[in-house]
Unconditional design. Structure first.
Length: 156
């Protein structure tokens, strides 16, 4: 089993995209990339802790490759929006791949460059590649938030 961690806006929708993929064993939403230990949702929402809302994906690399997860990530948010996604604004909503090892970093860089080279977006791709650090699990009510409500996305 392996882990991947992505920040692509509000973690509710990002989690739902990954949760249902074949080869994904588990997902958890939380916070990563900031300076405060054990931050709460309220702390992160101040946009002062430096954390991103993230989804930690536990996956079976024999069934789904990390590169496929990166493709799904890029296909399900706007990687040209700096520190925002839709109506959500702040560094906690940044587009980020938090890599767990050098191989993930390399794949992430290659996929980002391929996206840039594709010309799919007119604006620059602002997705960051950041070394994964401590994953702080979000409060229980955030876990599988959309699935618990019978929803598949944050969009109405």
């Amino acid at each position: 089993m392996a882990k991947a961690t992505f920040g692509g806006g509000c973690f509710w929708g990002v989690e739902e995209v990954f949760r249902t993929l074949d080869g994904v064993l588990a997902t958890r939403v939380g916070y990563m990339g900031g300076s405060k230990d054990n931050p709460s949702y309220e702390d992160v929402c101040t946009d002062k802790t430096g954390h991103a809302e993230v989804v930690e994906v536990e996956f079976d690399p024999a069934k789904i490759e990390f590169g496929t997860l990166v493709d799904v990530f890029f296909d399900n948010h706007n990687p040209t929006e700096l520190n925002k996604q839709g109506p959500d604004v702040g560094t906690q909503y940044r587009s980020a791949i938090f890599y767990h090892d050098d191989e993930q970093k390399q794949v992430g860089e290659e996929k980002k460059q391929a996206l840039i080279d594709s010309g799919r977006f007119k604006r620059p791709v602002v997705t960051t590649l950041e070394k994964a650090d401590t994953f702080w699990e979000a409060e229980n009510y955030h876990q599988q938030y959309l699935a618990k409500r019978g929803m598949t996305s944050c969009h109405i």
